[in-house]
Design a protein around this ligand. Sequence first.
Ligand code: MD3
Ligand code: FE
Length: 217
Amino acid sequence: MTRLDPLPLFPDSDRAAVRHLAAGVALMPGFVDAADLMPAVEAIAEISPFRHMITPGGYRMSVAMTNCGQAGWITERTGYRYDPVDPLTERPWPPMPESWSRLAGRAAALAGFPDFQPDVCLINRYAPSARLSLHRDEDERDFDQPIVSFSIGLPAVFLLGGEKRSVKPRRIELQDGDALVFGGPARLFYHGVGPLKAGAHPIVGECRINLTFRRAL
Ligand code: MD3
Ligand code: FE
């Protein structure tokens, strides 16, 4: 049997799974599986442990963070930056698993960003009551590149603001396995995460983990 028509770029099942929430914001429910991601999260955290970083204002963040890839996002009393060295271990951050960068690239492509090659993955861990106040991700070099986020574990309320801090945020429930892609007009939108509600996930445990893939350097 011969095939006259070219293979579709994406299977219909994938295309159906993309929900465009706003210009530049795409949600893919159930795009990732906690069971696939958790072993590497644990391996990364053995090398570069989760830690509560200090903001330039002197506050300890309620979210615990680590990174993998060519650099990591850090905040200290002295300011924010991407650093190729983990200040805790004084060693390079663990490498980003190839399966992760491929998965993030596929999510970006489904959302309309075909050439996304992340060099940093920031890993956020939320225990009950941990939250992330409204902020913009603006420490990356090229804002034409999207940010891809994978959520696993307990659900959380994601707060999607707008171009200005004054825009009242929309509340979006992020579930275990969800992928979100932010790019184009939404790339510099204010956003945050509401306080995590207690609970237990069979694989992730009593927390939520969020991976954000960035082209930072
Ligand atoms: C919207 N993380 O790490 S992920 C962050 O759930 C961060 O841990 C949140 O905000 C979390 O900086 C939200 C979704 C997300 C990530 C990047 C964005 C939303 C974004 C960049 C621009 C606009
Ligand atoms: Fe952010």
